[in-house]
Write a protein that binds this ligand. Structure first.
Ligand SMILES: Nc1ncnc2c1ncn2[C@@H]1O[C@H](COP(=O)(O)OP(=O)(O)O)[C@@H](O)[C@H]1O
Ligand SMILES: [Mg+2]
Length: 267
């Protein structure tokens, strides 16, 4: 049993390593069922993909986790490694971010006129006052954190470049880095490889593999090559329902997935 943001007991999931538990979540928009009875468990320090055709409900599910949208019914529990069950359902968006569940939106939030490093400084404290943030002194720990994150997202050599001069892919990686600066326990990415060519998509996959040691990664994606490259677990959504969940090989081998999602006899 748990209350909003309050811990009452040390749950099983602390030992079994679950980071997130989505239970029987349904969402209706004016009678339209965007999600129906969705139940998904996400294991800690894994890369978990939500895939499925357009309109399947993938983004809506991320919206539910971060409280941008309220479920009609169902719950989402978060289990941080240090062990206290947190009922995310009913919490406010910023409370969920503060609890350690971060989300990168598809809309860019990088400041193009300042450097990569300065963007990182900005994201450190969540300080919205740009000038106060950029010109404040960073501590040794903060600089270490920035250096570590820039290394993970592959932007160390570009730290002093204007963010606006980065390629599309590099800007996306910077945004992921800015999310990581808040040290989230879970990071959610909605189509992080959108608009990227194959080499950049592949590098994004490598990046995700580097960061899953420090946080659980939830990804919404279309590109099957990308999914195959990095997915530990995959949940296929179709018309708001879970079609199948498992490791990538099981999912790809499933006949219904081949019919419904891949749209062909399967290859
Ligand atoms: N705020 C909303 N109001 C009404 N319908 C919505 C809203 N958000 C999403 N939908 C509908 O819910 C369905 C699932 O959308 P979405 O989660 O964005 O799908 P996906 O990300 O898998 O492409 C779509 O049919 C979409 O039109
Ligand atoms: Mg979407």
């Amino acid at each position: 049993m748990s209350f909003v943001g309050i811990e009452l007991n040390r749950p099983m999931e602390v030992r079994t390593g679950k980071a997130l538990d989505i239970k029987s979540v349904s969402v209706e928009f004016d009678g339209f069922k965007a999600l129906t009875d969705v139940t998904v468990g996400v294991k800690r320090n894994t890369i978990h993909f939500f895939i499925g055709p357009n309109g399947a409900g993938k983004t809506t599910l991320l919206d539910i986790i971060c409280a941008k949208t309220k479920p009609t019914s169902g719950t989402v529990h978060f289990y941080p490694a240090e062990g206290y069950e947190i009922l995310l359902t009913g919490m406010k968006e910023y409370e969920i971010v503060n609890a350690g569940v971060g989300r990168k939106f598809q809309v860019p939030s990088v400041f193009t006129e300042i450097s990569v490093y300065e963007n990182m400084v900005l994201s450190l404290s969540g300080n919205k006052r740009i000038f106060a943030s950029i010109f404040r002194k960073t501590s040794a720990e903060e600089n270490d954190l920035i250096a570590d994150v820039l290394d993970k997202v592959g932007l160390t050599e570009h730290a002093n470049k204007k963010a606006g001069s980065l390629s599309h892919g590099q800007k996306q990686w910077l945004e992921i880095g800015m999310q990581l600066a808040a040290r989230p326990k879970i990071i959610m990415l909605d189509e992080p490889a959108a608009g990227m060519g194959k080499p950049e998509t592949f590098k994004t996959g490598e990046l995700l593999q580097r960061i899953k040691d420090i946080c659980t990664v939830i990804v919404v994606e279309h590109d099957m090559e990308f999914v195959k490259q990095v997915a530990d677990n995959v949940t296929v959504l179709h018309e708001g329902k879970v079609l199948i969940e498992g490791n990538i090989d099981d999912v790809l081998a499933d006949e219904t997935v081949q019919k419904v999602y891949l749209g062909r006899g399967g290859d």
